[in-house]
Design a protein around this ligand. Structure first.
Ligand code: PFF
Length: 440
């Protein structure tokens, strides 16, 4: 069977960036930046992204393109039985992420439709009120949209929709940020975001939070980038494509900061409380699903348009990410059982929806737990294992070829001088350090 491939390198970049750009960029990054000293967090985050997450991303991509199959086989061919087990764990982790991500994505659909209905004078509070029924139904709906695109295939489904949605996302993001910056309080927010407060960099959990954020944001450690890279031709330069994906991902996170932090200060200028009883910035979920809707409600129909645009932006970002998450187990199932994409993706979605229903049912205990276990532990740990496989099991000369076959000057580049040592020693050690610190 001929291996599926992206129709172009741009297709790969936009699809992989689509996976990377998600709630982590538009919600997670700005709220963390706001909490941890604005510009200082931005600088630290960029440092960690390029020094730690980007090398790990290239390692994961290299495994995928080398194996050219699905993650379990790709990792098995590199590291035997243990490798296969890592592949299964990656599949499990990505399915777990999908199961909680769908719940939030469903809420986004709810808030988006609410704004749209209010624009035509209809009010349906069910859409924006926390309930088991709403969480299940809207999560299911988002899951079905994701399935519909994935079952159409790589080029006709995931790649085509990522290519359409990513530019749209950028346009909506820039338009919203420009508008918010003109409102009272907007420029105060801008300077709060861009002025670094280096004192805050010393906060104990900051580095951990920023590392977790960087790994989550680049979708590292759960085989997404491995599967996408397995759809690349042998000549594509992985360091270059990986860099483009990383630049888009951090660029969008930066722009999202220009929207979310000024909006926060607009809310403050309107007299809304942005700090909790302990003087801390209110938590990120309260910010998006409580404070912002209350702010938009003070702005009449402009607020409804703003609200619709804001939740649409988040929903689009979430969709290009859920596509990638469903694709990973689907690719494995198709390759291992020979079933069709349509059937395989339906099975995967069915199982994920059962997990999602369980989380919805025991929301108070399970939601935070699953998010924490997967994003703070599983993702960095699997990322570490991928780096160890690439750094220690792969011969240097074949690794060189595997990274940039087309590019003869590559062996003299700064990237090749630094990267092998990085994935062999620096990345695993740093990840370990951050994790040990978090366990303590
Ligand atoms: N990178 C996505 C975000 O920033 O929201 C989240 C994500 C997507 C994580 C895909 C893991 C994944 F496999």
């Amino acid at each position: 069977m001929v291996k599926t491939q992206f129709s172009s390198r741009l297709g790969f970049v936009l699809t992989a960036a689509g996976s990377a750009v998600g709630l982590g960029n538009i919600w997670g990054f700005p709220t963390q930046a706001a909490q941890h000293g604005g510009g200082a967090f931005l600088l630290l985050y960029l440092l960690l992204v390029f020094a730690l997450a980007y090398p790990a991303l290239v390692a994961e991509m290299a495994i995928g393109r080398r194996g050219h199959q699905e993650p379990i086989a790709d990792l098995g061919s590199l590291a035997g039985k243990v490798g296969k087990l890592t592949g299964w764990l990656g599949l499990l982790a990505v399915s777990a992420i999908l199961s909680f991500y769908l719940i939030i994505a469903g809420w986004l659909l709810g808030y988006m439709s609410d704004a749209l209905l209010r624009l035509v004078g209809v009010s349906w509070p069910w859409l924006t009120t926390f309930s088991l029924g709403r969480n299940l139904i809207l999560g299911l709906l988002f899951g079905l949209i994701t399935w519909w695109v994935v079952q159409r295939g790589l080029q006709e489904g995931i790649e085509k929709w990522s290519k359409r949605l990513m530019p749209a996302l950028l346009v909506v993001l820039i338009a919203l940020a420009c508008y918010v910056l003109t409102l009272p309080g907007g420029s105060e927010g801008l300077s709060a975001y861009l002025t670094p407060d280096p004192q805050k960099l010393l906060a104990p959990n900051l580095w951990l939070a920023a590392t977790g954020q960087a790994f989550f944001s680049l979708s590292i450690g759960v085989c997404v980038m491995m599967v996408y890279a397995s759809y690349l031709d042998k000549d594509a330069s992985l360091p270059r494509l990986g860099l483009q994906v990383t630049l888009i991902d951090s660029g969008i996170a930066f722009l999202a900061g220009l929207l979310v932090i000024p909006t926060l200060y607009v809310a403050k200028a309107q007299g809304l409380a942005i700090l909790d009883a302990h003087g801390q910035l209110i938590s990120s979920d309260t910010l998006v699903f409580d404070l912002f809707p209350r702010l938009f409600a003070t702005m009449g129909s402009a607020g409804l348009v703003l609200s619709f645009g804001f939740f649409l932006l988040l929903a689009v970002a979430a969709l290009t990410s859920t596509l990638s998450m469903l694709e990973v187990p689907t690719a494995s199932l198709v390759a291992r059982t020979g079933s069709s994409r349509r059937v395989a993706s339906a099975w995967v979605l069915g199982l994920v929806l059962i997990a999602m229903a369980l989380i919805c049912w025991q929301f108070g205990t399970l939601f935070g737990l699953v998010v924490k276990v997967v994003t703070q532990y599983a993702q960095p740990l699997l990322g570490l294992v991928f780096c160890v496989y690439v750094g220690w099991l792969w011969r240097r000369d074949s690794l060189l070829k595997a990274l940039a076959a087309e590019d003869e000057t590559f062996a003299k580049s700064w990237f090749w001088r630094l990267w092998p040592g990085y994935v062999k020693l620096v990345c695993p050690l740093l990840i370990l350090l951050v994790m040990v610190q978090s366990i303590q």
